[in-house]
Design a binder for this molecule. Sequence first.
Ligand code: NAD
Ligand code: TYD
Length: 377
Amino acid sequence: MKRNILITGGAGFIGSHVVRLFVNKYPDYNIVNLDLLTYAGNLANLKDVEGRPNYKFVKADIADYDAVRRIMAEHEIDGVIHLAAESHVDRSIKDPFTFARTNVMGTLALLQAARERWESLPEKYEGKLFYHISTDEVYGALELTHPGGTTAPFSTKASAGGHEAYGTEFFLETTNYNPHSPYSASKASSDHFVRAYHDTYGMPVVVTNCSNNYGPYQFPEKLIPLFVNNIRHGKPLPVYGKGENVRDWLYVEDHARAIDLIFHKGRIAETYNIGGFNEWKNIDLIRVLIRTVDRLLGNPEGHSDHLITYVTDRAGHDLRYAIDSRKLQRELGWEPSLQFEEGIEKTVRWYLDNQDWMDRITSGEYEKYYEEMYSGR
Ligand code: NAD
Ligand code: TYD
């Protein structure tokens, strides 16, 4: 079947993997990538699909209602996969307004433009879908009831081998929202708007909340690419607080596969949590990164351990995230395809092999910003 799908934020980290998957897998679909190319957007992430007949890039701001309306009409969009967002917690602490503008007003502009277009058609919402990509951070933070780790009650391929849980509670689709950072508050607000468009106007929507992603093409202000690059250059690794915070990590292509499945088979108006039951304490993950980079660069074991530098904790730093993704596994049969150790090896290799990509990003503007942000820590 032919479809015209608008993917927002396709030049970013996760968006580029979703665009690549859809362009390659669905030659009959027209994929329109709408992205403003902020500091986090990079068309180099999509070099391999550029020029494909079923792919088009449009530079626009999701908060520009008129532009979004025009793009929806021009490309006869019947499905939206919405990933565009300001996505970094530390930036949101410095500049919350940008987060409200893009994440809240931008999502609202997209919803309203989709509503206006779809309601004007004879078939209205038939065959349409607004798919909103969100985060587990909207649920707030879980307790660290087992700081030393405990046997996890569930596991997946991602978590197979040495898997631990650091508490007994997990985020469920029914968990109340309790965001703590301006980033998560803005994402929570956008999630509410999406659900309100279903409840008020009957728009077919689906929302997914995913855990921390890792993999190639992630902007190097997030933990994994930042630390891989710093280890390579012998720069300090700024560990917030005691490094005791826990995150639940999923390989980005497994997230993209879940999005594909849910876009085609998910139930309208449902929420699906996406995660691999793969909890790691930051400091343990950082030690894995150091070991992997040192091994791949031929350095002796322990060579880069001294780079670990404990710095002032992030304000309001959420202690533990842990997603329960059993609904998605049960209803749609999704499972992560990669074990964490394989995923980390693949990811570290990618950053080391694609130093050009990293160097272009970490020069100029970004470097200046980074110095300002972290000086004095
Ligand atoms: P990212 O920061 O790498 O990419 C965001 C993209 O959105 C960039 O290409 C940027 O240019 C674009 N963008 C920003 N503002 C825009 C605007 N006003 N108009 C148009 N485009 C704009 O983010 P990511 O990590 O790929 O995250 C993508 C989505 O997934 C976000 O909605 C995020 O909340 C969600 N998410 C991320 C993670 C994660 O671990 N990275 C986990 C769960 C959910
Ligand atoms: P990050 O990649 O920013 O993702 P998020 O805040 O959305 O979970 O950070 C992952 C974890 O790593 C988080 O607990 C904060 C911590 N962290 C550091 O300790 N040092 C750093 O320099 C960064 C960027 C993150």
